[in-house]
Every structure is written in C-alpha cells, then in structure tokens.
Design a protein around this ligand. Structure first.
Ligand SMILES: NC(=O)c1ccc[n+]([C@@H]2O[C@H](COP(=O)([O-])OP(=O)(O)OC[C@H]3O[C@@H](n4cnc5c(N)ncnc54)[C@H](OP(=O)(O)O)[C@@H]3O)[C@@H](O)[C@H]2O)c1
Length: 362
C-alpha cells in the first residue's frame, strides 16, 4: 500500500486523488523567474503565489498576445510589491517565428546578450478536441505540449546557465507534466513505430484528443529525463511537475461529461499552482530528472525505467534534436555551447546533430 502512489494503473491514479498534498514551506524566491503561459489557470495562479514570496526581483511572464499580456499585468498589479519588476512577453508555441522573436525580446535588455533567469517554468499546454495542424506540419498538441516546449527548454539553457552564475543554487527548468502520462500511448507501440515516434503520433489515424495530450506529457518526461542526464545538476536542474487535476479551462474543447468529471475530481487552481511553485522553487522532493507529482517525488510510468523505455528515451532525444535542427536554426547550439566549453558537459561533446559523445571518443 505504501508504494501505491508510485505505481501505474487506474487504482493508483484514483488512490493518489485521495492523498493530501503535503503542507509546503514557502520557499524563498530566486531573483528572476520566467513563467510561460501566465495569463490563465495554473500559470496565473502561480504568478500570484510567486509575487507573495520574499526575494523575487523580476517576474517574466508570457502570454499569446499583447491584449492578454495587458490583462495579466492589470490582474497582478494590486498584488505586485514595489520591489518586483513584472515584464510580459508574447509567444505562441505553434509558431517558430514567434518563439524566435520571444527569445530575442527576452535577451534584448541584457548587456551580455543573455538575460539571466534562475527559474523557468514551462507551463503552457493545451488539450485539443480534434486533430488540427499549427503553422508547422505537426498536430497542435504534439507541437505545443512537446516539440515547442522541448525547443524552449534548449533555447533557455544559456539564460539558466547565466542565472546559475548569479546565485548560490542551481537554476531550474521545470516542465509542466501530468500523471495522466501513465495512460499515454503504450511505450511498446511508440517503440515499434516504423517511421519514428513523432511521425507515428502525427498521423491523424493515431490521434485521439486525450491520447494526444497524455502522450505529449509522456514525451515531456522522457525528454526532460534525457536533458537532465546531459546537464550538470549543480548548474541547471531539470524536473517535471504534475500539478494534479485542477479546475481550469484546459478541458474547454472536450465534451461536457469529461469537463464535469474533471471539475468534480479537480482541486482548486491555487492548490495546483502551489504544487508548481514548490516543484520549481522548493527543495523537498525535488530531484534532477524527477517527476514531482502533487507535492512528492514520484515514480513516473514504470516502463520508462526498462531497457526499452531507456532506448525509446534516447531515440526520442535524437529524433527531437534532428527535427529541431532541421526546422529551427540555432536550436542545438545552446546545448552544444554548454557541453563544448566543458563547463556543464563533464568531458562530453555535443555534435551539431545533438548527439552527445565523450570527448575521448572524438
Ligand atoms: N488543469 C489540469 O487538470 C492539469 C493537470 C495536469 C497538468 N496540467 C498542465 O498544467 C499546465 C497549465 O494548464 P491549465 O490547466 O492552467 O490550463 P489553461 O488555463 O488552459 O492554461 C494553459 C496556458 O497555456 C497557454 N497556451 C496554450 N496554448 C499555447 C500556445 N500555442 N502558445 C503559448 N501558450 C499557450 C494558454 O494561453 P491561452 O490562454 O492564450 O490559451 C494558458 O496560458 C498545462 O501544461 C497542463 O497540461 C493541467
């Protein structure tokens, strides 16, 4: 029974719903926190909590439009202490040009060309009711929740690394995840997909609304684990956070029965946001490459740890980096920079393809 929260399956899933979220000690906020997807739901509530923490100097928030940025600033204005500077940026994760512009804008005010960030919380996500393509060639859930989130995590590495130079603790990259990933497309199916994992998931005949969402979160865990293994956790620590089911607009595209069930089993948005803030800033239960689920370090899907799971993780890593290299110029250079100057890579090198090798092998 004690290990039930760490298990796969429906029984464990419902058992976890019954567990109380541990009481949190309010963490001290690091100087600069970047929160992606801050205008609604868990992101907006997390921004409110961040503003109540001591130590915060810069809160950098993203929304999808100027109008939403303005509304978010207005909403937070009364909660913002005079000592905190809020900045808003726009980024649409369906569009690589928008991502490029966001990174340029983020770094624009910095003398060194790289804005220091201590904590980056990649919270933006969606659940689509039907198969739709974005600006690129990938289905929107796959694009936003996985591909663009993976891209952002690479593009923000120089910022996080610069942030770790300004602080006594490592910078953090926290990716919003879900314990729904236990019910994603099974790992053997992904493993046996002939044309690659992303192509398989992008095929409309393999799409289902919930399936696409849950699988995007499994991919996020695999990618985050792979990334964390390639970084020095004393410089940049990567973790995946499950806020738990919360009453937000995430399910707006789905049928009323599903929306009502989520509403009934959901916690309040502030409780879920508290989990995100603790997972991103706190110490208890936070592990490099770990799955911080509803306040605890929890085992993700058990198959992730099998030989097949590990191989899938490495394949996904290579496929993703190959894709990003082809579609987004400069996407691997951030990672390559960290490895190749020997500061984070502990004697490993990253090739332009994103392949990591021991320096001795070259
Ligand atoms: N709610 C839950 O039960 C639950 C459970 C587990 C995990 N999560 C995760 O928690 C995170 C926050 O979700 P939420 O429940 O707070 O939902 P939400 O209220 O719908 O918030 C999602 C956020 O992501 C942004 N976003 C969506 N598509 C985007 C895009 N293409 N580009 C940039 N930003 C985009 C949204 O902006 P717009 O307002 O412009 O759409 C919004 O700021 C997500 O990663 C979700 O998967 C939620």
């Amino acid at each position: 029974m004690a290990n039930l929260p760490n298990q796969d399956g429906m029984f464990a899933f419902f058992f976890r719903r019954l567990l109380a979220i541990p009481q949190f000690a309010a963490p001290t906020s690091p100087t600069t926190v970047l929160l992606i997807g801050a205008n609604s739901g868990i992101g907006l509530a997390a921004a409110e909590i961040l503003l109540s923490l001591p130590g915060l100097k810069n809160l950098l928030l993203t929304t999808r439009s100027r109008e939403k940025s303005l509304q978010t600033r207005q909403h937070l204005a009364n909660l913002c202490p005079a000592s905190v500077n809020i900045e808003t940026f726009e980024v649409d994760l369906t569009d690589y040009d928008s991502i490029r512009e966001f990174v340029t804008n983020l770094n624009a005010g910095s003398n060194s060309g790289t804005r220091s960030v201590n904590i980056a919380i990649l919270n933006a996500g969606l659940m689509m009711g039907k198969y739709e393509l974005g600006h690129g060639r990938f289905e929107l859930t796959l694009q936003v929740n996985y591909i663009s989130t993976a891209l952002l995590s690479l593009l923000l590495l120089p910022n996080l690394r610069s942030g770790s130079g300004t602080s006594s603790s490592p910078s953090r990259l926290s990716i919003c995840s879900s314990d729904g990933h236990y019910f994603a497309t099974p790992i053997p199916t992904l493993y046996n997909s002939d044309d690659g994992i992303l192509c398989y998931l992008n095929d409309p005949s393999n799409f289902s609304s919930q399936g696409a969402y849950l699988t995007s979160k499994l991919l996020g865990i695999l990618f985050g684990r792979a990334l964390s293994e390639k970084l020095d956790p004393t410089e940049v620590l990567v973790n995946m956070i499950n806020p738990g089911i919360a009453r937000t607009n995430l399910f707006r595209d789905l049928g009323w029965l599903f929306r009502i069930s989520m509403w009934l089993c959901g916690r309040s948005v502030h409780v879920a946001a508290g989990v995100v803030v603790q997972g991103a800033l706190g110490d208890s239960g936070v592990v490099s490459g770990g799955f911080y689920s509803e306040g605890r370090d929890t085992k993700p899907l058990s198959e992730v740890f099998t030989e097949r799971g590990r191989e899938l993780q490495e394949r996904l890593w290579s496929e993703t980096l190959d894709l990003l290299r082809a579609e987004y110029e400069g996407s691997t250079s951030a990672l390559a920079q960290i490895y190749n100057d020997g500061l984070g890579g502990r004697g490993r090198m990253v090739e332009a393809s994103g392949t990591v090798r021991a320096k001795d092998d070259l």
